[in-house]
Design a protein around this ligand. Structure first.
Ligand code: NAP
Length: 546
């Protein structure tokens, strides 16, 4: 199939603003989605809000931003040529390297000719008559396309804290997601940072090297563990390249598509000495092993989780000299791995510097931001720079920021008011021809690995429709009900789903997002793929096709 079939779909699309398919986003998923749909011979346009490609890796250029997944597991696997041509420089690549990589991909596959930058999609409305989506950009330009694929990311809607006076600050202030391209010089500056998630941890450990004075405002500490990054030599890269098939095959076997998978043993089956040795090894190894490679019951059994947490707490106490500060840095309301584990390089040692102060805002809440700094109930802090590392309205937030209307005026925001309801994390009932690459309730994990699968599955359904002259694909009420129930049932008993974090859709700065919800498929990516593959193999009979 190719151009001929595509012509049928786009037969009435005489104007250049009508496409066979529209993709929103030109990040990791969007770039590949554009590539795959173009491969089908479709007339596709991808709209990207940024002034260049890269998504997460375009926006998040804050100091110290880098992968916490091994670079060589994060690249695309679909092109042998690409794998041959690209050399990773570090095991956990910094943001500039990843941004270069995604630009290299865009150029190599000539994706830019179908890409429209500086184009933020404001609304999308399904036209039942033409069976197509009509989208409007923020600047008012309009386009339409039979299929609409969202590749808008899971952490792309940044949120500022609700603190009085933020706009009155006269110094430099910025959310980490919207970091200025020209960078910020921290040398000798008085800096305040709000937040202690993965982003803040990377920022803090980097800027602590040059700041004059740093004040960290912490609401909830996280369990952080060493990244153990290193440069990749030419020889090492040659070896990695020779093992790409093996590496990607290994990622396919693990629940999160990482090279790290849980140890099949249960915590209490192992002697205390052997447990200690096992945890030491994880703590000394690079990457997410300390989270993903734990004993198999760590994220389901409270006692197991408590023991693993105590091991990390001991490490924090050893690394932070002031015992009172160490205690503040040890999470008390959640166990290891139940929120995303930030990986760090010297993060805890930053708190041993005389020019660094940790403020627990549970004890001394922030009252306001002023022209010159931040005031708590206890003190006024003067700053030259304030950094907001306050996170994202995750998973559904990027959808909420587009006014999406399906059949009969149905608004997505209303449909998802009590949490996402999807079929396979790809379709939504009442929103025909809208397909989500990496939607809520899909199997998420190592982003590129899971995005490649998602994009390929989405492309498969579109190909199926086009080959048969079908112009309307939609989830059924039964399909959505069953999938949503299945995802919710799988999430039961997972300690991760009991705690507020972006992974459970909690953002205390956003109205209606205060309680944890099950936002992700927690049965592991291999099971997710098995399910989706079976549906494709059976000819998508569970979808309403017309
Ligand atoms: P986050 O984990 O949601 O952290 C946001 C931080 O801001 C939290 O410490 C939060 O405190 C705090 N905060 C929010 N509103 C606040 C308020 N009003 N007052 C005081 N504190 C407030 O966001 P993130 O650090 O940007 O990370 C999000 C995710 O992005 C990560 O978990 C990770 O998946 C991804 N990421 C990946 C990498 C990588 O691969 N290397 C790097 C960075 C980020 P509470 O916890 O109390 O809400």
């Amino acid at each position: 199939m190719g151009r001929e079939a595509a012509k049928t779909v786009g037969a009435k699309a005489a104007q250049t603003s009508n496409f066979d398919a529209i993709v929103i986003g030109a990040g990791v998923a969007g770039l590949y989605q554009l590539y795959k749909l173009r491969e089908l011979g479709l007339r596709v346009r991808a709209f990207e809000a940024g002034s260049n490609v890269g998504g997460t890796w375009y926006w998040n250029r804050y100091p110290g931003a880098r992968f916490d997944s091994e670079s060589w597991t994060y690249g695309y696997s679909f092109s042998k040529e690409l794998l041959d041509e690209w050399d990773w420089q570090e095991h956990f690549a910094p943001q500039p390297e990843t941004e270069r990589y995604l630009n290299f991909v865009a150029d190599k596959f000539d994706l830019r000719r179908d890409l429209q930058l500086n184009s933020r999609v404001a609304s999308a409305r399904f036209n039942d008559k033409s069976r197509s989506w009509e989208i409007a950009l923020e600047d008012g330009r309009r386009y339409s396309g039979r299929f609409l694929v969202t590749a808008i990311g899971i952490l792309s809607a940044p949120t500022m804290p609700n603190i009085t006076g933020i706009d009155t600050f006269k110094g430099i202030s910025c959310h980490t997601h919207a970091w200025p391209k020209e960078g910020v010089d921290f040398t000798g500056k008085r800096v305040g940072i709000i937040g202690t998630g993965a982003t803040a941890v990377q920022t803090i450990q980097e800027i602590a090297k040059t700041v004059g004075q740093l004040t960290v405002f912490q609401r909830t500490p996280n369990w952080c563990a060493p990244l153990h990054n290193g440069k990749i030599s030419k020889e090492e890269m040659r070896d990695i390249r020779s093992r790409y098939d093996e590496i990607f095959a290994l990622c396919r076997t693990s629940p999160g598509c990482y090279i790290h998978a849980p140890d099949p043993r249960k915590t209490l089956e192992v002697s205390p000495e052997d447990r200690e040795a096992f945890w030491e090894k994880l703590y000394d190894s690079p990457g997410f092993g300390v989270w993903m490679g734990q004993f198999s019951d760590t994220l389901t059994d409270r006692e197991a989780n408590k023991l693993a947490s105590e091991f990390i707490a001991k490490k924090i106490r050893q690394r932070v000299k002031n015992p009172a500060v160490a205690e503040k840095l040890i999470p008390k309301n959640h166990g290891l791995g139940t929120r995303r584990v930030p990986l760090e390089t010297g993060y805890y040692e930053v708190y041993n510097q005389p020019n660094v102060e940790l403020v627990d805002i549970n004890e001394t809440p922030i009252e306001r931001v002023t022209a010159t700094g931040i005031e708590t109930g206890e003190r006024a802090y003067e700053f030259d720079i304030i950094i907001y590392a306050t996170g994202f309205d995750a998973i559904t937030g990027a959808f909420d920021r587009i006014d999406i209307t399906g059949t009969d005026g149905l608004r997505l925001k209303d449909v998802w008011r009590d949490g996402p309801q999807t079929y396979l994390g790809v379709f939504i009932e009442g929103f025909p021809n809208l397909l989500m690459a990496m939607g809520p309730h899909a199997g998420l994990g190592n982003y590129t690995r899971t995005a490649e699968y998602s994009v390929e599955w989405v492309t498969g359904v579109i190909r199926f429709a086009i080959e048969r002259g079908l112009t309307r694909i939609e989830a059924t009420a039964d399909g959505v009900g069953e999938w949503t129930d299945h995802v919710l049932a799988l999430g039961e008993g997972q300690l991760m789903n009991e705690i507020g974090s972006w992974m459970t859709g909690v953002n205390r700065n956003v109205e209606g997002k205060q309680r944890p919800r099950i936002m992700r498929y927690s049965g592991g990516h291999p099971a997710y793929r098995k399910h989706c593959d079976a549906i494709a193999a059976e000819g998508y009979r569970t979808l309403a096709l017309a």
